[in-house]
Design a protein around this ligand. Structure first.
Ligand code: 6LW
Length: 499
């Protein structure tokens, strides 16, 4: 089934889900995204209509597949996967910039298990793509944009990288290549202009997979640079054809909030756009003619989710920093609770024990019930080691801590009776622009009183947990941490407040 372009809601996968790559097998679509410093890596989703996606796992979910050193920086790690189905198998190629470099894994069931990685030590660069010629040749195209033939069974690179196209003259960062055979042409889709406001998608075509490539006269075929469209930074795309013959593009974009320059806090998200063909070139859109809303921004249905930690493993949307070892993070130690044993001493440390989920709504509410009788820990809203707000408890006290760049402060604290405590974070989108400097949202951190009411200890400006302030490629993750001793969590609730 394909969506009706006038009615579906974007983003189709909200929150930090960048660099989407998609393929279809029969009636089923599968989509993967980058995961950077988080473990497990490369979330994989399934859909029947390209609009409603369910996460079915993570491709790199074993330590042998994903080695992220404990001192590797945030926004390093796993970049830009390509997912393809060929010869009865799923193939995924990606780059772990913090260690193994380019690597390839395969699976017969996309929900896993995926194979151990085949490393490609001789393949330079990032953003690898896979495409097979009719004679079985496997072409691997990388950012730059350059191309080699590889043996995907061994990882052997069969020739020296050859530059095949660089996009528009002078445009920065030609990257995210995907090569497809469509009709009589081989199409080379790329992103260019950088993954910020200048981002765009361009395409070229040739008669062979190695070119020469003729650029589309209408390049970029998609960009929102210099527009007031609510979705910005549009780029890094992949194409897919529905079983009914319709064509679609998945791409990344951001939803900046607040005044100027606009701050996006949810990371780069996955969007969907219809594609038609004119003169054998793809046309993306339609692009907002007067009076129509081509990419409706209706929020999805309000979502609430509770994790009771009753299962032996955490659901696939839960992500940890760099590794997840049972001796640090387990639901088996106290039945029905998640237990975290501290390693790093604060969220400033790369080896902190933190496990969370992506913030997927502009306004949302998170609550947890924590037992800190043997340690210190709580609930954190995290962008990276240098940008995070947390409400945490330790015997007899609850406090709010804010880290922004080199500044760190205990913003508020309160004595509380011993015993399990509800901690909470509410995020409220700023809907009214008071002036050009209005921020994107406010973050309210607090705790539950014994009578069931909620006390806000601190209200902080959300702009400091945005990509425009922090830099990098990720988005906010909200979750649980332990910074001393052992901390137990009975449940975690996340609820959309978008309406
Ligand atoms: C990715 C590159 C990009 O490798 O950002 O937006 C980089 N595009 O293609 C990290 O996501």
């Amino acid at each position: 089934m394909s969506p009706n372009p006038s009615t579906f809601a974007n983003p189709v996968i909200a929150g930090f889900h960048p660099d989407p790559s998609v393929c279809r097998v029969g009636e089923d679509y599968y989509l993967v995204c980058s995961s950077f410093e988080y473990f497990p890596g490369v979330p994989i989703f399934h859909s029947r209509d390209l609009v409603h996606w369910t996460q079915i796992g993570n491709v790199l979910d074993r330590p042998g597949q994903l080695r992220l050193p404990l001192d590797s920086p945030s926004s390093a790690g796993v970049y830009a996967p390509t997912l393809r189905h060929h010869d009865g198998r799923f193939w995924l190629i990606t780059t772990n910039v913090s260690g193994d470099g380019n690597l390839l894994v395969t699976a017969t069931d996309p929900a896993g298990p995926w194979s151990d990685p085949i490393l490609l030590p001789d393949l330079p660069g990032i953003d690898p793509d896979l495409a097979w010629d009719s004679d079985g040749t496997c072409w691997c195209t990388i950012a730059g944009v350059a191309q080699v033939r590889i043996d995907p069974h061994t990882g052997e690179v069969l020739d020296a990288p050859r530059r095949i196209w660089s996009g528009a003259p002078g445009a920065k960062a030609p990257e995210a290549p995907h090569l497809y055979r469509i009709g009589d042409y081989w199409y080379l889709l790329i992103a260019e202009g950088g993954t910020e406001r200048g981002h765009g998608v361009s395409i070229a075509r040739g008669r062979t997979p190695s070119g020469p490539f003729e650029p589309c006269p209408d390049n970029p075929i998609l960009t929102h640079r210099g527009t007031d469209h609510p979705i910005q930074n549009t780029g890094h795309a992949d194409l897919v054809q529905g079983p009914d013959g319709s064509w679609w593009m998945v791409l990344l974009g951001v939803r900046p909030g607040g005044g100027t320059p606009g701050w996006h806090v949810l990371g780069r998200e996955t969007f969907l756009a219809p594609v038609t063909w004119v003169d054998d070139w793809p046309v993306v859109g339609p692009l907002a003619p007067e009076g129509t809303v081509p990419w409706p921004l209706r929020p999805g249905p309000a979502e609430a989710s509770r994790d009771d930690f009753d299962l032996p493993a955490l659901p696939p949307a839960w992500i940890s920093l760099r590794d997840r070892q049972e001796r640090h993070c387990t639901t088996k130690e106290r039945a029905g609770w998640l237990t975290l044993h501290a390693r790093g001493e604060s969220l400033d440390d790369c080896d902190v024990v933190f496990v969370g989920r992506r913030q997927q709504h502009r306004s949302c509410r998170a609550r947890t019930l924590v037992d800190t009788s043997s340690g210190t820990g709580g609930l954190a809203l995290r962008l990276d080691e240098e940008h995070h707000y947390e409400v945490e408890a330790t015997a007899g006290e609850v406090r709010v801590v804010a880290r922004v760049g080199t500044l760190k402060s205990v913003v508020a604290s309160r004595a509380v009776p011993a015993g399990p405590l509800v901690l909470g974070v509410d995020v409220h989108e700023e809907k009214t622009l008071r002036d050009a400097r209005t921020g994107p949202d406010t973050v309210h951190l607090g705790f539950g009183e014994p009578d069931g009411t909620f006390t806000t200890l601190a209200t902080l400006d959300g702009r400091y947990l945005s990509t425009e302030v922090a830099g990098g490629f990720t988005g906010r993750v909200i979750g649980l941490h332990a910074t001393a001793g052992t901390v137990h969590f009975d449940w975690f609730d996340y609820e959309s407040l978008d309406g």
